[in-house]
Each structure stands twice: as structure tokens, then as C-alpha cells.
Design a protein. Sequence first.
Length: 505
Amino acid sequence: MANVKTYTKKERNMYLAGMFGQNMIYNIIATGLVGFYLQYVIYIPVIAIGWIVAVARVWDAINDPMMGTIVDKTKSKWGKCRPYLIIFPAIIGIITILTFVNGNYAEASTKAGKVLIVVWAAVSYILWGMLYTVGDIPLWGITSLMTEDENDRSKLLGLARMAAGIGGIGVLVVQMAQAVSGIFAGRGMDINKANQYGFIITVVVLTVISTIMFELAGVGTKERVKGSEERRSMKDNFKIMWQCKPFRQILISGILRSPIQLLMLIAMSFVTYYYANGDFMNLFSGSKINWGMVINIAIIAIGIFAGQFISMGITPMLVKKFENKSIYNFFLIGGAVPFLLLFVVYKIAGGDLTSIGWVAIAGVLLFFASAAMGGINVMQSVMIADCVDYEEYNSGIRPDGVFFSGQSFITKLSGGIAALIQSFAYGAVGFSDKNIEIMNNALSKGESFITYNGGKYASIMVLLLSVPPAIGMLISALPTIKYALSDKEHARMLGELVKKHSDNE
């Protein structure tokens, strides 16, 4: 298409650096705080954690469209997305650090202290979610404003998902924090206090680095596509979101596959407890390295994270050859298989997946399961961007912020639903607060997590990693089997929109 406006390589790289930094922060919270710190370090009851996350996500159901509406109404010399990407990364960084300091201002052994810790966790986490939304929606929304070229946008979204996947290195906050904790414990500090300090120091360092990189997405990009001048109320935007059939199908599908978030929610605690017996410092025994444990952890970790990363790189190439709907549904239906097989293999292995053969099989299954998750994430972004064009073509309104608030909403609500599923399942077997502290002490004295408490804790962890995600992926394909926007129709619409933009200049 002639006269197509698109981004430069420098802008692309600055945007991707920002995406990396933002996802580092996300994973510090999602894995470090919610997935580990609250439950395994300061021993908040798992039911309380589940409800804290769920309440935060219900609020996000309102907050995300509100932010999308604000973004679409924004008019500044920087554009409508960049102001938030310039101003808010530092603010998000500060509240990220504050979410981890709750355990140090109250004595957890007292009733008042426990209440204060839970209240701090709830308030700081909900506030973090609100502020994160202020940066997240513009970060994804700006992709449809940086270029008019469909292929360039697909490439950018694919690279963005890869950068987000690399930002998943933030999950290493658990291992890093345990290493720092070991230093304090080695100097005679109480192990619980040592773990808290280890996390706080690690989080401060990682968050500062992440915040600086996040900032680059604002200062290093440019908005080239002019959006609609019409200003709409939040009620109008809800109406637009629901009446746009392809967007509605993506939204419903995303909510139905919520259990897939259990993979990332439980991943680090699974690796830490199932394969490192609760402490990554078990990799080292005196001056020797436990190579068997290292190999097992490496295989499982590669399976969980490499699958997503590789899939995110391949999916944009698939978009050029196959229908978007077909790719999306293939990942959903095909991806359910390895998830389900993981539990079957666990049962066949007698509940012990630590011998090298079973580890290899589990690693392969997790690779394909996480690859499906990575592909779904890329396709969701691509299809939402297409829906923005669809809506502009049909109504003259370009709802970049509002539609990408839907993506943020899907991610957050899915995480909330997954957290509730986890909390009720863990609560049912007593895998919570004081029992975890007792278990940690037992593991430090040589007991095995796999057999501890009759294997109930290990079994529920593997069950949650496999069966609910498989079911969620299968039913989430139902809304998009007859997806309302074909690639051919979108290409026609986009061609006419580009011509219209050029004629209006």
C-alpha cells in the first residue's frame, strides 16, 4: 500500500525495551509476590490471597475500560498513549517495591500483626493493579498508532510478545531472593526474617532496572496514526466493545481460558518445591553441586519458558500463511492435549516425576503446553488490533485504548480466577499459612516435598498445573470457532482505511 506510515528500527527497539521492562515488573508481582512471597514467605492464608487477587480483578473489570476511555480521550503534544508511558513507569516501580514491605512492620505472631499484614497486602496489591493498568493499556494500544502497515504491526506485536516473554526473567526473583536470604541466614538471622529481607533487596534492584527500561517505551516512540477526534463516555465504550462481534468473541474466549494462568501462577513454586525441595540453595551441598537436581530443574524450566518464547517468534510467520482464526483455535485445542497428558504421566509415574526419564517427558509436555500459551497471547494481540481497524471502518471510531483495555482485562481477570481456583484447591488439602511454615521447617530437616503429608501437596500442585488449564483451553475455543472477521475482509478494510487517512492529510 502506498503512503503507509510506519515506525523506524530505533522506535521499534525502544518500544521492545519498554515492553521487556514492564513485563519484568509484572512477573515480579505475579510470580514473586502473588505466586510465592505472600504464601511461602510471610504465610498469609491462601484463601485470603485468593480473595485479595479476585477483588482486585473485579475492580479491574471497571478500572480497565475507564483507563481505555481516558486514553482515547487524551489529546497532547505527545499523542494519546505516550504521556502515560512517560510519566507512570516510575510511579509503578515505587508501588511495586512497597507491596513487598508488609511483613516488616508488624509482628506476625500477634492477631493484630496478622491483620495488618493482610490489609497491607490487599491495599498495596489493588493499588498496584490500578497503576499498572495506567501503563499497560497505552503500552499495547500504541502498537496500532505506530504503524498503518498490517505486516509491520503483526511483526511488532509478535516481537512485543517475545520481549514480554524475555521479561519473564522476572520470575527469577524467587531464586535470586533465596540466594540473598542465604547470606542473611548464614549470619545468624532468623530464617523467616532472612527470607523477607532477601526478597525486598532483590525486588528493589530488579524493579529499578525494569522501571528504567519501561520508560524507554514512552521517550523513544512516536504515534503516526491519527485516531478519532470523537470523545465518548465509558458507557458508550462499553457499548462499542460489546457490539463489536469479533472483539466480543475474543473477550469471552479469553475469560473462558482463565485456568491457563495457573501455569505461570504455580510454575515457580512447582519448580522450587517439587524439584528443589523448597529452597534453591539445595542445589549446593557444601562445596559440591547437586547436578541431578540442576539438570531436572533446567529441563522443567526450559520446558515452561522456552516453549512460550519460541512460539512467540514463530507465530507472526504463521500469520502470513494461515487464517488468524485457524491459528488461534489450533493453539487452544491442540494446547489442551499436553496439559492433560501431564497429569496422566504423573499418575503413571506413581506421583514421582524426578527420575530423568519422567523429567524429560514432563519437560516436553510443558514445552508444548507453554508454546500453546505463547501462541495464544500473540494471536490475541493481533486479533484485537484487527478489531480496532474493524470498528474504525464500520463506525468511524478508532478505540485503540478501549479495545486494548480488554486485553489487560482478560489478563487480570484470568489471573484472579486462577488465584481463586488455586486458593480453594490448596485450602481443601490444608496447604496454607501455618502448615506451610511447618512444612518448610520439615523440608529444611531433610523431608521430601513429594512425599510430605502423604503427597497431598505435591499432587494438588500437579493437578492444578494440568487439568484445569486443559479444560479451560477446550471450552475457550467455542466462541471463536465461527470468528466474525476473516483475514481477507480485514485486509480490504485496512486498505480503504489507509487510503482514507492519506486523503485526509
